[in-house]
Ligand binder design. Structure first.
Ligand code: URP
Ligand code: ZN
Ligand code: ZN
Length: 465
């Protein structure tokens, strides 16, 4: 028995188990796990004593190289996947946008081109549907069978992305028929637009009014409507970027009725709040994304939701825009600030810090939230999302004691600020493998742009646990 890479003396952590073992990698797969593995003839031996070996993080909500709000998100598939890898994320699911009048295939092809030759880690796509005619309904089934097995729909952004209830219901019914999963941006876009117009008429133009014109009730109402439509369609539904307790309660009620309803939240809703808008001048634009930040008390409710499985996943909704020239597009009018924030790099360290170090949940639940549950829900498991013989060797050697301070001065995202500037974290990835290849080591990127592959996902197959 010989291995391309042997990781010795580490503590393997999965969603269910924590145990001391050696792990062998051959090619792009995990080939052996045992209490003691032979070191003879191994090309590379890593001593992981005192550290965890975890499955690579899976971020199911990113927007790389995405045109939005009159500009394009600042990370492309090269810079974005490198930053992801630094943070221990080895697979991401980005969004291919179908614009009005286009086929879904056009969207898929366009985003495949954006990633090709650039990604350093593996990637897949959800398809955003903004225009659903008979042809696109047909295409949904075809895409599912080509590995694009989830679709994002919007209940917000009227005239841009928003779909009416009839289209949402049709899409859900079609997804259910083909084993697809609908991801829902749940905010009542019509009501929000009226509130926004009133604010502008009153001369309220500063960044904080983006948040103050998007009430939690608008998110809760849309979450409830999405769940009702999915129930009528006999479809599972996954609520993206859930930000507040009122929406969380809608998800909890549905899950108490055993409906296949799932939801994610993101680090910004767990670590930031409306208080972040108490900054001078236009600085608040750094925190303009949708749904917006909420009052601080929501944070603990969301942490509880993660601990109690009301929320199944933590993603980032990474949608970076530089403060200079991009966020500044809205300097006189908050409605012109491109919506989105950078976060792809710090998901694991932040959730480990608040969740495990903060004693809110176990290290196994941490792995489940950032890797295993996303893999299961989105058709990547057991190729990804766990540590098992035959699984892809997407691995993170994680030091639970490493202390860091997040800063734009040291991060790797191509954006000129950090939403999490100055936050202290405990626990950090040290060595990161993508399908057996080392991509991060000694604080350096050692991978190769273009080495990341498109992953064809399986169909939705039921609850993650
Ligand atoms: O503000 C955000 N979240 N921008 C990205 C688009 C979306 O709705 O996820
Ligand atoms: Zn959204
Ligand atoms: Zn998003």
């Amino acid at each position: 028995m010989r291995f391309d890479t042997l990781i010795r003396n580490g503590t393997i952590v999965t969603a269910t188990d924590t145990y001391a073992a050696d792990l062998g990698i051959n090619g792009d797969k995990i080939s052996a796990i045992a209490a003691k593995l032979p070191a003879e003839n191994c090309s590379r031996i890593i001593d992981a004593a005192g550290r965890y070996i975890m499955p690579g993080g899976i971020d199911v909500h990113t927007h790389l190289d995405m045109p939005f709000g009159g500009t394009t998100s600042a990370d492309d598939f090269e810079t974005g996947t490198i930053a992801a890898a630094f943070g221990g994320t080895t697979t991401l699911i980005d969004f291919a946008i179908q614009y009005k009048g286009q086929t879904l295939r056009h969207a898929f092809d366009a985003w495949m081109k954006k990633a090709d030759g650039k990604a350093v880690a593996d990637y897949a796509f959800h398809c955003i549907i903004t225009d659903l005619g008979t042809a696109q309904l047909e295409e949904m089934g075809q895409l599912v069978h080509e590995g694009v097995s989830s679709f994002k729909l919007f209940m917000a952004y009227p005239g841009v992305f928003m779909l009416d209830d009839a289209s949402i219901f049709r899409a859900m019914s079609q997804a259910a028929k083909h084993g697809g999963l609908i991801c829902m941006h749940a905010e009542n876009g019509g009501a929000i637009d009226v509130i926004v117009q009133r604010a502008l008429a009153e001369g309220k133009r500063a960044p904080k009014y983006h948040a103050l014109t998007r009430p939690t009730t608008a998110e809760a109402e849309a979450t409830s409507r999405a769940i009702a439509l999915a129930e009528m369609a006999g479809a599972p539904v996954y609520i993206v970027h859930l930000s507040c307790n009122e929406a969380l309660e809608k998800v909890r009620e549905a899950r108490d009725r055993s409906l296949p309803v799932y939801a994610e939240t993101c680090p910004q809703y767990l670590f930031l709040s409306l208080d972040n808008f108490d900054v001078p001048g236009f600085e608040g634009a750094k925190y303009v994304f949708t749904p917006p930040l909420r009052e601080k008390w929501h944070q603990e409710k969301l942490w509880q939701g993660l601990a109690r499985d009301t929320l199944q996943v933590v993603s980032t909704d990474h949608c970076p825009f530089c403060f200079k020239e991009q966020k500044e597009l809205g300097i006189d009018d908050f409605t012109k600030i491109p919506n989105g924030g950078p976060g792809i790099e710090h998901r694991l360290s932040l959730i480990y810090t608040g969740g495990v170090h903060g004693k809110r949940f176990s290290v196994n639940r941490f792995v489940e939230l950032v890797s295993t549950a996303p893999a299961k829900l989105f058709g990547l498991y057991p190729k990804k999302g766990t540590i098992a013989i035959g699984a892809d060797a997407d691995l993170v050697v994680f030091d639970p004691n490493e202390h860091q301070v997040i800063s734009a001065k040291t991060h790797h995202m191509r954006v000129d600020y950090s939403m999490f500037e100055g936050i202290h974290t405990t626990g950090a990835p040290q060595i990161v493998f993508s399908r057996g290849r080392t991509v991060i080591e000694n604080g350096k990127f050692v991978g190769r742009p273009g080495a990341g592959q498109f992953v064809r996902r399986q169909t939705y197959s039921g609850p993650p646990s």
